[in-house]
Design a protein around this ligand. Structure first.
Ligand SMILES: [Zn+2]
Length: 330
């Protein structure tokens, strides 16, 4: 895609979201999303005074939902559309928005902490995307303000949507989970890739740290949102991993038990957990192509929220962090 086109898409997405942020309180967005099951919801944009650019951005988010719904057996187009996800700044290598939803602080309570939840950083780990969609649905219905969430179910849309079969890497063949700017990236990541993986294409760390728009977006959200905990969903290692400061990691979440696997050069766990000091929970679902049972999905969620409520605390309350605007507007 031409840089000019990419720029236009990105700018449209930014304008759309900034206008939304300015024109109504975030709480109103929350209310809308809960009742967004009415079939006329997508058309509501047309009936307002939305500019052409805003409408384009909305269409782009909708088109992305259609592509996701058509690709994943466990997420329907309707289900995705009803979540009213935003094309809020992140754009993939091939120009697809990285959809995101913020569940902001509610007037009734100060959130205990900020939590960033992401899925699908590896495009062929289908269940990691679908499960985050299920939790989005839960949050949409039950967001209580206990935490301030930013949720992005598919960080690597190109890997999932633009390849047959879907691939782990992004469209430029980079393993995004090896592309984060860990210390001595140049030396360590490339060395590790050559010596330890034998130049495994699936684990190519990229030409440089944060060389990819998808990893750049995640890093900027981390920088701006300042999450107190990051949860990243993967598959299929059937385990729970934890990186970061010495808080008590969850012993288990649902059917997944803690097994500290260590980190890799350029991985999110090493970057955010070890270097930035943010607890990173990595959920490795049992299968990439088979969903956990509904019971298992619920149980992981309940255990996760319970662990968060005991362990995730924001020492410096800062509920006005412009989480989604700033990454895109830079
Ligand atoms: Zn993975």
């Amino acid at each position: 895609m031409q840089p000019a086109v990419l720029y236009t898409i990105r700018r449209a997405a930014v304008l759309f979201f900034v206008t939304l942020m300015l024109s109504q309180p975030l709480q109103a967005l929350e209310q809308e999303s809960v009742t967004a099951s009415s079939p006329s919801a997508p058309e509501s944009v047309q009936s307002t005074t939305a500019t052409k650019e805003e409408f384009t951005a909305k269409l782009t988010a909708e088109q992305t939902c259609r592509r996701i719904g058509n690709k994943l057996g466990s997420v329907s187009v309707r289900e995705c559309l009803d979540l009213d996800l935003q094309a809020a700044g992140g754009v993939s290598t091939l120009g697809t928005p990285i959809l995101v939803k913020e569940f902001p602080p509610l007037p009734s309570r100060e959130p205990q902490a900020r939590v960033l939840l992401i899925g699908g950083i590896h495009g062929d780990e289908y269940s990691s995307v679908s499960v985050v969609f299920k939790w989005l649905k839960t949050l949409n219905a039950h967001h209580s303000g206990l935490f301030h969430w930013i949720v992005s179910p598919l960080v690597n849309p190109d890997g999932l949507l633009d390849f047959r079969p879907s691939q782990r890497m992004n469209a430029r063949g980079v393993d995004l989970n090896r592309n984060f700017p860990t210390t001595d990236w140049q030396q360590e990541s490339t060395d590790y890739w050559i010596r330890r993986t034998g130049r495994d294409k699936r684990r190519y760390p990229g030409p440089g740290p944060l060389s990819e728009p998808e990893s750049q977006w995640v890093a900027k959200v981390i920088e701006q949102f300042k999450p107190n905990v990051i949860i990243s969903v993967h598959a299929p290692y059937n385990v729970l991993d934890f990186d970061g400061p010495p808080v008590a990691p969850p012993r288990k979440l649902g059917h997944l038990y803690l097994d500290l696997m260590g980190t890799y050069p350029g991985s999110l766990g090493r970057y955010a957990g070890i270097i930035e000091g943010i607890p990173v929970i990595t959920i490795e679902l049992t299968y990439a192509g088979i969903m956990p049972t509904d019971h298992q999905i619920r149980k992981i969620w309940v255990d996760m929220v319970r662990w968060l409520s005991r362990n995730a605390h924001d020492r410096k309350p800062d509920t006005q962090i412009p989480a989604l605007r700033s990454p895109a507007s830079r």
